[in-house]
Design a protein around this ligand. Sequence first.
Ligand SMILES: NC(=O)c1ccc[n+]([C@@H]2O[C@H](COP(=O)([O-])OP(=O)(O)OC[C@H]3O[C@@H](n4cnc5c(N)ncnc54)[C@H](OP(=O)(O)O)[C@@H]3O)[C@@H](O)[C@H]2O)c1
Ligand SMILES: [Zn+2]
Ligand SMILES: [Zn+2]
Length: 335
Amino acid sequence: MNAWILEKQSNIEERPLKLTNIPSPVPGKKEIRVKVLVCGICRTDIHIAEGDLPLKKSPLILGHEIVGVVEKTGEGVKSFRPGDPVGISWLYNTCGKCEYCIKGKENYCPDFQCTGWDADGGFAEYITIREDFALSLQGINMEPEDLAPLMCPGIAGYCALKLTEAERGNKLGLFGFGPTAYYVLKAANYLGIEVYVSTRSSSHREEAKRNGAVWVGNVAEENMPCPLNSAILFPPAGALVEPVLAYVEKGGILVLAPVSMSLIEIENYSENLWGRDVRTLYNVNKAEAEEFLKIAGQTGMRMGRQVFNWEELQDAMIQVKKGEIKEPNAVIKIL
Ligand SMILES: NC(=O)c1ccc[n+]([C@@H]2O[C@H](COP(=O)([O-])OP(=O)(O)OC[C@H]3O[C@@H](n4cnc5c(N)ncnc54)[C@H](OP(=O)(O)O)[C@@H]3O)[C@@H](O)[C@H]2O)c1
Ligand SMILES: [Zn+2]
Ligand SMILES: [Zn+2]
């Protein structure tokens, strides 16, 4: 099969990925082989390519926003047949035996394996995965290009939303309005949660309003109109934690979405932290991914995406790094 492989990490401008032809992976017991149709580019792919995150295998195929169809099933596969539409997210495999896995909290499994990091990902014609971790896309009437971003920002956003414990009628604040926040807004609307969005960008403000936010503004310039039951902070800016907490009422929950964060300092513990919970989003789990995809199928979540051809992968990654793509998401068409 044709695949883009990473052997040695370097700046993405140096084009560290090589286009090669390698044997297609063979589906083992309870595994399926998926013909990849499209795969989205995530910032994490760039972090791995450049060495901000260590290389866990070499050569490695990046990519974890995968949409495709089952092409072949291994021995004992029960839930999929050739031709079935499937998605693959960051969740590639877990041990299945530890306390976390048994409780359905496999996002904390010490053996959590990530697609496109611990195992080969979607910038290739085929990928194999255990049937338990492939996500059925049956009945979701959306183009593969629109489905791809659901696999990372979509699912991760929904897991962050679950951590807030927000319920119908609650007030939820979203601070920063990138792709992840967009999907949270759509899912929260569907669940009857009122969403208050703070963003610096006027185009993000318009998009949030168009998609059902109750209030849109920028807390650097004006206050939230009311206290919040819970909130999600998206940018990795630790200095924002205390001001955001100040909007969350007692008994409320603040979820920090980023995978890295600058220094967090709480100056006024009694006023701004005491009585609130702070949680972090740590990987994703399957039950929530499936719940989210069901909601996505019913609501039709479509956000801007720029589609690139197979041979343009590295140009697209460079553009994503530089913030030069015209849309919030970049998606690669696989051969
Ligand atoms: N834990 C996990 O497993 C997991 C998985 C996926 C994603 N995530 C995290 O989710 C977060 C959001 O992801 P995303 O794809 O939506 O990324 P993103 O577009 O970078 O979202 C962050 C948003 O925050 C705002 N922002 C950035 N820097 C800021 C600053 N210095 N001050 C104030 N606002 C700032 C921007 O929004 P405005 O321009 O609208 O203000 C930006 O769009 C990321 O931090 C990512 O690490 C976590
Ligand atoms: Zn990602
Ligand atoms: Zn486990």
